[in-house]
Design a protein around this ligand. Structure first.
Ligand code: LLP
Length: 382
């Protein structure tokens, strides 16, 4: 079904985000079926979208929460996620954030360095607690995605590189208030080359064997997130291929008896249910280019400006023959461009435009640059 905006929102002031909660529910049904209850523990990465109605649905579907700040931990708990299903990741956790998560007794910290482990130990001791920790390793596996969202290569700031792991574990063993319960890896986002997850599994298998030889048997493995979505043709594939994703780990990851495997998916859960709606302010014809100038810009959806990302754009108001447009925003930056030479039905001032697949890393990354007001969020399909 091509995208349709419910009639009640046709007079909504633009720009705004529209979320199709029915599609979110269908996505969650497909996801939980593919993860087979008990087989994989799925934590939703709140960073992709932390709007309350969205979180509410995700929690009700039985997912846990993957957080990267104290604010996200707080938001997850407020949205009703059980603390025993909250993981807290991030290369730079502040003392206040760690204290908040310790006090809530969250399930696990994904820790990335010895200095961080020392602070965790000290703060946990001061609270009379023990922090459960999974060590985030940097497996040096190429995710074949955009360099800005590749995280598992030696050059990236994330994780503990494999040659350092033995030393880190030796030091961790000296810390009385930190308990090693697992390994964590996340190699990147918007991954469409599924064999990458097989390569990650093989690395983790080798690591586990190596750890077991040193007497460490870990009850948890967290393989991160990263499943990509179809930005080019959202209507062809509104629900990502969760079955193939989980299948890669089922086939290639050597799970130990009783071991729990965790995943942290963000984009694939929420991207397709969100659309940025905007109206055309002006159509401007220059010597070589026809510009459709929208009332939404990089302040509402930064991905194209930041990564050159493709988002499918539709004119919901026109049925005219197609022409090529550069679709741009009103912000005083040349990167404030949603798409170049896009074929769109003949467009005029006031037309309603839909910028698709914007539910993940869209609204959450918006900014107030140029003193813009934050776009509203509306929900349909419930
Ligand atoms: N776990 C960790 C440790 C992560 O860093 C991330 C995303 C995820 C899980 C969720 O990954 P996902 O399933 O969403 O791929 N702003 C960028 C994406 C940044 C992703 C950062 N980390 C974008 O708009 O494409």
């Amino acid at each position: 079904m091509p995208f349709q905006l419910p009639a009640e929102f046709h007079t909504q002031p633009t720009p705004f985000y529209y979320y199709d909660l029915a599609l979110l529910d269908q996505t969650l049904t497909a996801l939980t079926a593919a993860a087979r209850p008990g087989n994989f523990q799925v934590h939703y990465a709140l960073k992709a979208n932390f709007n309350r109605p969205v979180l509410e649905r995700i929690r009700r579907a039985g997912l846990g929460a993957d957080c990267v700040s104290g604010g996200e931990v707080q938001r997850a708990l407020e949205a009703g996620f059980g603390a025993d299903h909250v993981v807290f990741a991030g290369v730079g956790k502040s003392d206040a954030e760690i204290n908040l998560a310790l006090a809530a007794d969250i399930f696990c910290f994904n820790a990335e360095s010895v200095p961080e482990l020392r602070v965790l130990d000290e703060l946990a001791g001061a609270q009379g607690r023990r922090a459960r920790v999974a060590l985030r390793v940097n497996p040096n596996v190429d995710a074949y995605t955009h360099p800005h969202i590749t995280t598992g290569l030696d050059a990236n700031k994330f994780g503990i590189s494999l040659p350092d792991l033995a030393g880190v574990i030796d030091q961790l063993d000296q810390l009385p208030n930190v308990e090693l319960i697992g390994l964590h890896a996340h190699i990147g986002s918007q991954i469409t080359e599924m064999s990458v997850f097989a390569a990650l599994s093989r690395k983790l298998n080798d690591l586990q064997t190596w750890l077991e030889d040193r007497g460490h048997h870990l009850p948890h493995l967290n393989v991160g997130g990263g499943l990509g979505i179809n930005y080019e043709q959202p209507d062809e594939q509104p629900i990502p291929d969760f079955a193939t994703y989980f299948g890669m780990f089922e086939q290639h990851l050597q799970r130990r008896p009783g071991q729990q495997v965790h995943v942290e998916l963000g984009r694939s859960v929420v991207a397709q249910c969100g659309t940025l709606l905007s109206r055309v302010l002006y159509v401007k014809e220059s010597q070589h280019t026809r510009f459709a100038i929208l009332d939404a810009g990089m302040t509402e959806l930064m991905r194209p400006a930041l990564y050159g990302s493709h988002h499918h754009i539709q004119n919901l108001s026109s049925q005219q023959p197609e022409q090529a447009y550069d679709v741009v925003g009103p912000i005083c930056e040349s990167t404030d461009t949603f798409g170049r030479a896009r074929l769109l039905p003949e467009t005029q001032r006031g037309d309603l435009m839909a910028i698709r697949s914007a539910g993940a890393y869209g609204e959450v990354m918006s900014s107030g640059y140029n003193l813009r007001e934050k776009a509203a969020a509306v929900y349909g399909g419930a």
